[in-house]
Write a protein that binds this ligand. Structure first.
Ligand SMILES: NC(=O)c1ccc[n+]([C@@H]2O[C@H](COP(=O)([O-])OP(=O)(O)OC[C@H]3O[C@@H](n4cnc5c(N)ncnc54)[C@H](O)[C@@H]3O)[C@@H](O)[C@H]2O)c1
Length: 270
């Protein structure tokens, strides 16, 4: 019998499903009805998938080939692939932001009415209200080289690229939700706190282990599992969220809420 989280008979595309959140999403979707899954990644996953398209989300030509190789109709696009700032800024912006936008725009015409796009952003991208105009200006830039030039001109704001790339994803999620709605496709994101995945050691390097541990400490001491995040992604792609659009869903055990209401204890960071 069908239910509102049912993925049976659906066709979904997932980027970054070799490890971490994406690999957990493969398992969650298998439990929710075994949809037909097409994976775009630089590494081929072991999980239950129908099609693997080797794709470097940081390369426009690779993303373009993947778009051409995917047949319509699709029900849900999960833009999940991401890299840490142990990589150069331009690579981080290319994979986390440019590739995501290119794939979303390229696949939107192939997504069925009633379908959804669910992005994996981060709470690291939650500081956009302090400079929304700059983020809007940045995400309006179409060309790659122009974007990289803009990033060089705004080096202080862009920093190592990770948090800023996720700010772009959060603001784009809200902005593009209007355009996708015209095609009857919802666009949302999950914004996770630290997750126990192969990316974590990279974040410990770029954001310091002390900050990562402090963040986890503020939310009860238990780090998110990849499955915790995958279940929220599955919700955003399902019928259960059919009236949810343009939302950046914090999946962070309250970290953002505690920050907004002044309940974080910064003494451990001193
Ligand atoms: N781990 C965390 O603490 C954390 C916190 C917040 C958000 N996130 C976000 O969660 C998402 C998933 O990351 P994860 O933590 O599961 O890490 P992960 O490294 O396990 O997963 C990333 C996936 O992306 C793939 N990938 C890497 N570069 C790629 C490229 N150029 N093209 C295509 N695929 C590529 C990897 O092969 C892998 O399957 C990312 O967008 C990340 O930014 C992670």
């Amino acid at each position: 019998m069908s239910h509102c989280f049912d993925y049976a008979d659906k066709r979904v595309v997932i980027t970054g499903a070799y490890s971490g959140v994406g690999a957990a999403l493969l398992e969650v979707l298998a439990e929710l009805g075994r949809p037909e899954v097409i994976v775009l990644d630089i590494k081929q996953p072991d999980g239950p998938i129908a099609q693997f398209i080797e794709t470097d989300m940081g390369k426009a030509s690779s993303v373009e080939s993947a778009i051409s190789a995917i047949d319509a109709p699709i029900d849900v696009l999960f833009n999940n692939a991401g890299i840490a700032a142990t990589n150069p800024v331009e690579d981080v912006m290319a994979v986390n932001w440019l590739g995501l936008r290119q794939l979303s725009e390229g696949l939107l015409p192939k997504i069925r009415e009633g379908g959804a796009i669910a992005n994996t952003a981060s709470i690291a991208g939650g500081q956009w209200p302090g400079h929304l105009q700059e983020v809007l200006e940045c995400i309006a830039i179409g060309g790659r080289e122009e974007l990289f030039g803009w990033c060089r001109d705004h080096a202080e704001l862009v920093g190592d690229g990770y948090a800023f790339s996720k700010e772009c994803v959060q603001v784009y999620t809200m902005k593009s939700a209007k355009h996708s709605l015209a095609c009857r496709v919802r666009t949302n994101s999950v914004c996770p706190a630290p997750i126990d995945t192969p990316l974590l050691p990279d974040f410990n390097k770029t954001m310091t282990e002390k900050t990562m541990n402090w963040t986890i400490d503020q939310i009860g001491g238990t780090i998110a599992t990849p499955r915790d995040i995958a279940m929220s992604l599955a919700f955003l792609g399902s019928e259960a969220s059919r009236y949810v659009n343009g939302v950046n869903l914090n999946v962070d055990m309250g970290f953002s809420a505690f920050m907004t209401t002044g309940q974080l204890d910064f003494s451990g960071l001193a």
